[in-house]
Design a protein around this ligand. Structure first.
Ligand SMILES: [Zn+2]
Length: 475
């Protein structure tokens, strides 16, 4: 999942502080050429759920890694959603050449993509297209560029004789967009998380410029909200609809959902969102900026937090949010309903105890005797600490290409494969350097997905530099 880069971009009112970089770029090294060759091959593999193609992509990448001298590669196959639907996840280990005693780092990305239909696109979605300085195709942004950058960086570092001083583990999953089973099993079975110090995720992070040249900055994703669905169920003896009873399952559920709609959870703030909102002050319009200032000065100022939450660009960032997403009920046009049920999707703030959320939802439902049950179990995950080494490496690499741009920790309201590792206590950092023009280039999951050529090649260099800094001797 790769969401809109940084929503606050839409509110930016400040004058241009930098020029938008040109999007076009020719390959500037043999490794750029290599990256482009791999990109072209993997975009052409339609790794959409139901087509069984992630194994083909994993096999191709395995060949590339083997040709580059890597030997410890495993491809796991597993069922996703429907038994007939198989996905593949690739795991590669590059053992430390000169062990420093430091724990391993995990590099992660996903090979699968959201479906794209030829008739919806102005071009073939599963073919790497180039036009106007962009690469086009499904997955060019989410997330095949991440897979290609990590792969090419490792091929290059090995070819250049780089000697990692800690184990490097690569995880390319095959069902991030649909199931997350690859990441789930990797975090819980296939990998020894006790030996992983932290993960770098190529499925989050990145930067943006506005069309007027204003730099929005580069985000490093250090937190994501926790996903949990609940059913709200009202039952009733029912009867003939010509003789309505005073109690009614549909009305009971409706009254409960109205209370849920009005309910606001307590605002919460962590190091990541504090840094994020502090940076927002640069670009937010005056009323929003004033509310942010009040809230940061006094996190108990719930009214200020409510104002921020009401802004379309900040929604979901100040607290846990729950919203009704599905509805069913009744069994005949001429019968009183015996059952009415809604699905409520919650995105819990990191650190918010799921048991507390459940207790609160039950309180909201109690006056109408509506029962609330969780679907599946939540995977609580705290925000990852703003580690100096990772923040420092990210900042240095971004500033090497874009001196002085803002570097901003951020929290995703959605979820990535990273949540399974955060749930196991492994900090995860979304550290892509890919960037685009906001909002026109924010097309992940959408029509005519694209990636600036310059963003693509720079991301390859960025990952090479990140791995050098974080798995090499102190510089
Ligand atoms: Zn993604």
């Amino acid at each position: 999942m790769r969401l809109a880069i940084l929503a606050a971009a839409l509110l930016a009112t400040t004058a241009a502080i930098a020029q938008t970089p040109p999007v076009a770029m020719e390959p500037a090294s043999q490794w750029h050429q290599k990256a482009r060759e791999i990109y072209s091959r993997v975009v052409a593999i339609p790794t959409v759920q139901g087509r069984g193609q992630t194994l083909a992509m994993a096999n191709y990448l395995q060949e590339q890694f083997r040709a580059g001298g890597f030997t410890d590669i495993t491809i796991h196959q597993y069922d996703v959603v429907r038994p007939a639907d198989r996905a593949a996840t690739l795991i590669l280990r590059w053992p430390a050449a000169r062990p420093s005693g430091r724990k391993a780092i995990l590099l992660m990305a996903h090979m699968d993509v959201v479906d794209a239909r030829r008739e919806d696109w102005p071009r073939e979605p599963f073919e790497l297209g180039t036009a106007d300085g962009y690469f086009y195709g499904r997955g060019t942004a989410d997330d095949k560029q991440g897979v290609v950058a990590v792969t090419t960086a490792l091929l290059r570092l090995r070819a250049e004789g780089f000697q990692p001083d800690r184990d490097i583990i690569v995880l390319f999953t095959g069902d991030e967009e649909t199931g997350g089973r690859g990441a789930d099993q990797a975090a819980n079975r296939w990998l020894d998380v006790a030996n992983i110090e932290y993960a770098l995720n190529a499925d989050a992070g990145g930067g943006a410029w506005l069309e007027n040249g204003t730099s929005v900055g580069f985000g490093i994703q250090t937190a994501e909200k926790v996903y949990q669905d609940f059913t709200f169920t009202a039952t009733n003896p029912g009867g003939h609809s010509s003789r309505p009873r005073p109690d009614n399952a549909i009305y009971a559920l409706a009254h409960t959902l109205e209370r849920l709609e009005r309910h606001r959870f307590e605002p919460m703030l962590n190091d990541t969102t504090r840094a994020m909102f502090t940076d927002r002050l640069r670009t937010a319009e005056p009323a929003l900026a004033a509310a942010i200032r009040r809230w940061l000065a006094n996190p108990n100022d719930g009214a200020a937090a409510d104002l921020i939450e009401a802004s379309p660009t900040e929604v979901g960032l100040t607290r846990t949010r729950c919203v009704a997403t599905r509805l069913e009920g009744g069994h005949a046009n001429n019968a009183l309903p015996q059952l009415a049920r809604a699905t409520v999707n919650c995105r819990m703030f990191p650190g918010h105890d799921p048991a507390q959320v459940l207790a609160l939802l039950r309180q909201i439902a109690a006056p109408d005797n509506v029962t609330v049950e969780p679907i599946d179990r939540a995977r609580p995950a705290d925000a990852s600490p703003l580690r100096e080494d990772v923040m420092g490496a990210f900042t240095a690499e971004i500033h090497a290409r874009y001196p002085g741009v803002a570097i901003v920790p951020n929290m995703s309201t959605g979820a990535t494969d990273g949540l399974y590792f955060r749930n196991r206590g492994v900090p995860v950092y979304g550290v892509e350097s890919s960037w685009g023009i906001s909002p026109t280039d924010e097309r992940a999951h959408g029509r005519d997905e694209r990636n600036p050529q310059r963003s693509f090649y720079q991301n390859v260099d960025h990952w090479t530099g990140m791995i050098r800094r974080l798995a090499g001797p102190a510089r």
